[in-house]
Write a protein that binds this ligand. Structure first.
Ligand SMILES: Nc1nc2c(c(=O)[nH]1)N[C@H]1C(S)=C(S)[C@@H](COP(=O)(O)O)O[C@H]1N2
Ligand SMILES: [Mo]
Length: 508
């Protein structure tokens, strides 16, 4: 073996690219862990089933009991995350997601550079076992450490068998696993390739597996860091840690076993700098959320485009898949205008279609009932993390397009509700026309073959099956076609974007 890998045995000094990608990885990986915990905080329950029915979670990080005597919405599930742990901290799903996807982009790019150079340079052999004998060796090393004995220095080539297997596992199994389980949670990916989410046992199972991956990652970092701290504490001549002492020099200075103090100091310096970056970015996110939302949003949009998350949706579940309990988000309108409608059984209800159209419309429910009807059994994906499956029936948006004939200048549709958003203003959301035109964009007046229940948006709500739930405006009042949404309200593209810092692009 040694004759084939002379450079690995002799030159344990690490090349600059290896050290650079390691530390860049630490920075972005930390962002991802921190923002991942933030995201979990917005819906701290994990399931193996896609219905998210209360009580069926296998793990929860909340003591909150769901009240049975009043309407309860999933926004009430959000828990505050301390800024020391979460990025940016507090109750902040919107910015947490911005940080998560921003970091993902750089973490991935850095990871690709690392893996390519690892393979090209032949260094991959240092972390990929090439013989089964590694497993008994690994066990042996483990026992050595357990009994506070040093593995022989010759075991470090440059890593001992235990390091070799754990590093190889993290790079070539755990990292790809996290990317794949992340993708399985995107509504746009699920809509285009429903088989993909099912491969993982559904969106909730993918979310649970993604969480387990996070725990394994944290466990790895914990042990990895613990050994480094032991190296620093025990000094360069500690016999039980001789290999790690060398590795610390390797990863910081690129030199094995020499300049121990310099290596420790520089290592500590880098870690402190990274922690400072987390503190500053958390602070800025909390004090200037809008600026951070827009700055990171630019990367987010690039990511969505990179994945070319189109507008097709092939969601098709069966009647047997329908959830017996569909979660609810968003509180019903409290306006007297709406309650009056309700009292009159929605006979006075009108859907207004206006803006950049050839023919503005003012539709009664009977007008809508008279149009061609479409039903679809689909999974609802809330940005907070839960999902439920239902059958929705109503008028496809293309029927509305055919009647109002949007002008060529129209690029977006603004859906406005009778209900109030969290800031007390009418709830609204903007969607681009490609999304609104897709075959499963529906104005639903039925749910599971019954008239739409009040809590789910009666008398009419939007369904767009390749988007996150917050785009699907309930208690729909009007649709306005516009060229740009910069002039609509504060120009953020929707109530949730405005109040909760969600992204305008709601495909992942
Ligand atoms: N008018 C209005 N529509 C809304 C909301 C809201 O708060 N107000 N919440 C949105 C969110 S975040 C989700 S997840 C879905 C929930 O739909 P459901 O209650 O039918 O499950 O509605 C969306 N539509
Ligand atoms: Mo949601």
């Amino acid at each position: 073996m040694h004759i084939f890998l002379p450079h690995l045995v002799l030159a344990t000094d690490f090349p600059p690219w290896l050290r650079a990608t390691h530390w860049v990885n630490v920075l972005f990986f930390g962002f991802m862990v921190r923002s991942g915990i933030q995201i979990l905080g917005s819906y701290p329950r994990l399931y193996w089933n896609d219905h998210s029915k209360p009580g069926t979670e296998w793990l929860k990080f909340t003591r909150r009991k769901i009240p049975q005597d009043r309407l309860w919405i999933t926004l009430e599930e959000e828990v505050e995350v301390p800024p020391v742990i979460g990025q940016p901290g507090g109750n902040n799903l919107g910015l947490g997601r911005h940080w998560h996807f921003f970091a993902a982009l750089f973490w991935l790019a850095n990871g690709i550079v690392y893996v390519v150079l690892l393979i090209v340079s032949g260094n991959w052999m240092a972390i990929v076992p090439t013989s089964w004998s590694i497993f008994p060796q690994m066990w042996h090393t483990f026992l050595s450490y357990l009994t506070f004995h040093a593995p022989p220095a010759t075991d470090f080539t440059p890593y001992d068998p235990l390091q070799k297997v754990s590093y190889g596992f993290v790079v070539f199994i755990l990292a790809p696993f996290q990317i794949l389980t992340a993708a399985a949670q995107s509504p746009a990916i699920e809509a285009q390739f429903p088989w993909y989410s099912r491969l993982w046992g559904g969106r909730q199972a993918a979310r649970s597996l993604h969480f387990i991956g996070l725990v394994l990652f944290i466990g790895f970092v914990f042990v990895h860091t613990l050994l480094i701290i032991l190296v620093c504490a025990c000094g360069p001549h500690s016999p039980a840690l001789v290999g790690y002492v060398g590795n610390l020099g390797d990863i910081v200075l690129g030199q094995h076993l020499t300049h121990h103090t310099e290596a420790v100091l520089l290592g500590i310096g880098i870690v402190v700098a990274i922690l400072l970056i987390y503190a500053i970015t958390s602070f800025l996110s909390l004090s200037k959320p809008r600026t951070i939302q827009h700055a990171l949003g630019a990367f987010y949009h690039k990511l969505v485009r990179l994945l070319s998350l189109g507008t097709r949706s092939h969601q098709k579940y069966t009647a047997a898949d329908i959830s017996d309990y569909h979660l609810i988000n968003g509180a019903p309108p409290s306006s007297p205008e709406f309650l009056n409608e309700l009292w009159r059984d929605f006979t006075e209800y009108r859907l207004e279609v206006r803006g950049l159209v050839e023919r503005p419309l003012c539709l009664t429910l009977d007008d809508l009932f008279a149009m061609p009807k479409q039903t679809q059994i689909v999974q609802h994906n809330c940005i907070q993390g839960w999902s439920s499956i239902a059958e929705w029936g109503g008028v496809p948006m293309r029927e509305i397009f055919a009647r109002c004939k949007p002008l060529d200048t129209a690029k977006y549709a603004v859906f406005t509700s009778y209900s109030e958003d969290t800031a007390g203003r009418p709830y609204y959301e903007v969607l681009d026309l490609d999304t609104v035109k897709h075959p499963q964009a529906l104005l639903a007046y039925e749910m599971n073959n019954q008239p739409l229940p009040l809590a789910h948006g009666a008398p009419l709500r939007l369904r767009v099956e390749n988007q996150l739930g917050f785009k699907m405006v309930k208690w729909l009042k009007s649709i306005e076609f516009v060229e740009t949404y910069a002039t609509v309200r504060a120009g953020d593209g929707g109530s949730r974007e405005e109040n909760k810092f969600y992204e305008v692009e709601a495909g992942i």
